[in-house]
Design a binder for this molecule. Structure first.
Ligand SMILES: *Cc1c(COP(=O)(O)O)cnc(C)c1O
Length: 372
């Protein structure tokens, strides 16, 4: 916030060039990629549209691996643009069974599928999908589809190795694990994506990568939001100063403590429980909590916001308001986490949601951090 709160500057000046370069280098380190980065003055949804528009032509087929609500939002954008989105369906509490990809690829003998789209971390269901495994299955099938990965809520919070995983295009934004205001979106595009871009015929203007490649900064047309870039650079500097491995370990530790509290709240099965039922896919950046039947989350969220100054995420259409979500990504430490879990417990109490005590379980988990 301090990095952003300054007069607007000349984004064509040398001084800003160095801020922009800090963003490029910092981002590359966080996501594990040396590929081209295209920035847009836009939030995460726009990166879905920009990436589709730059890669595909009307009627192209994309295979979407279902992960929860966010794979559905992304599907809606693709359909609105005139793409054919085929969904590999999933139980939202587990995310797609990636073995089923083999069959879908085998059946696609004419290679109609242009890309496989994966939300790495579905911020609604709290499910993390195994991106590297998707690439391994594409390679094993000898299928040429591009691999697209949404990293909006994993960049800066979960381990990423985009180049090693063979991700052709990854989309992210500034306001989650990268810890700044919403307003910068980006696509990280590899050589296969850039080649595909040359044949893509969907209309595009503001987001056109070809135009951006002709600009000194790889940014969409017009004014560059220099203050936001200063914020992004500051967020990336914080990650570099703490050290990426330490940042990722902290996310794992705090997520583990959060899950310990949730499990304890559930008591003998009468209380809330973790929505994600796939043990290896429980997200380390957000936990989604399912309330017992007959209880809704809005009163709990209202109490937390109004009386405790804590904002919990809502249901987003997952389960008719039986869900609240805890974000544990970005600038967060043990004291903040325990304060928030205590607030959640108090809010559940005040909203009349049955639960057993859980805060002590979180403390216990932080005393003896288990690794997965
Ligand atoms: C938040 C989010 C988005 C959308 O980003 P906005 O900035 O809200 O448009 C897309 N994908 C994932 C996984 C997200 O968490």
């Amino acid at each position: 916030m301090q990095a952003i709160a300054r007069p607007v500057e000349d984004f064509a000046a040398a001084e800003f060039q160095s801020v922009y370069e800090r963003c490029v280098h910092g981002l590359r380190a966080v996501v594990g990629s040396e590929n081209e980065i295209f920035f847009y003055a836009a939030a995460g949804h726009a990166t879905w549209e920009a990436t589709f528009a730059n890669l595909f032509s009307p009627g192209d087929t994309i295979l979407m691996l279902e992960s929860g609500i966010f794979s559905g939002f992304w599907t809606g954008i693709g359909r609105a643009l005139g793409l054919t989105i085929v969904t590999l369906p999933a139980d939202w509490r587990r995310g797609v069974d990636v073995e089923r990809l083999d069959e879908a690829l085998r059946q696609d003998t004419t290679h109609r599928i242009s890309a496989v789209a994966v939300v790495h971390n579905d911020t609604a269901s709290g499910v993390t999908l195994p991106a590297a495994e998707v690439r391994a299955r594409l390679d094993a099938a000898g299928h040429p589809a591009l691999l697209l990965l949404d990293i909006v809520s994993s960049a800066g919070s979960l381990p990423l190795a985009l180049d090693a995983w063979g991700v052709d295009a990854a989309m992210g934004s500034s306001q989650k694990g990268l810890m700044t205001l919403p307003g910068i979106g980006f696509t990280i595009a590899g050589p296969r994506a850039l080649a595909r871009h040359q044949q893509a015929r969907l209309p595009r203007a503001y987001f056109d990568w070809s135009r951006m490649l002709n600009r000194p900064l790889r940014h969409s047309l017009g004014t560059v939001p220099a203050n936001l870039f200063r914020g992004l650079a500051a967020g990336l500097d914080l990650i570099a100063a703490e050290g990426l491995p330490a940042v990722l370990a902290r996310h794992q530790r705090l997520a583990h403590a959060t899950r310990a509290a949730i499990a304890a709240w559930g008591g003998a099965g009468q209380g809330p429980m973790l929505y994600c039922q796939h043990p290896a896919r429980q997200s380390d950046s957000v936990s989604t909590i399912l309330l017992p039947p007959g209880h809704t989350a809005t009163p709990l969220r209202d109490v937390a916001r109004a009386r405790l100054n804590v904002c919990f995420g809502g249901d987003l259409g997952l389960m008719r308001d039986r869900i609240f979500r805890i974000g544990h990504m970005g600038d967060l430490n043990e004291a903040m986490l325990l304060g928030m879990l205590g607030a959640a417990e108090l809010a559940m109490h005040q909203a009349g949601i049955p639960h057993a005590p859980g805060l002590a379980a979180a403390v216990q988990a932080l005393c003896a951090p288990a690794s997965r």
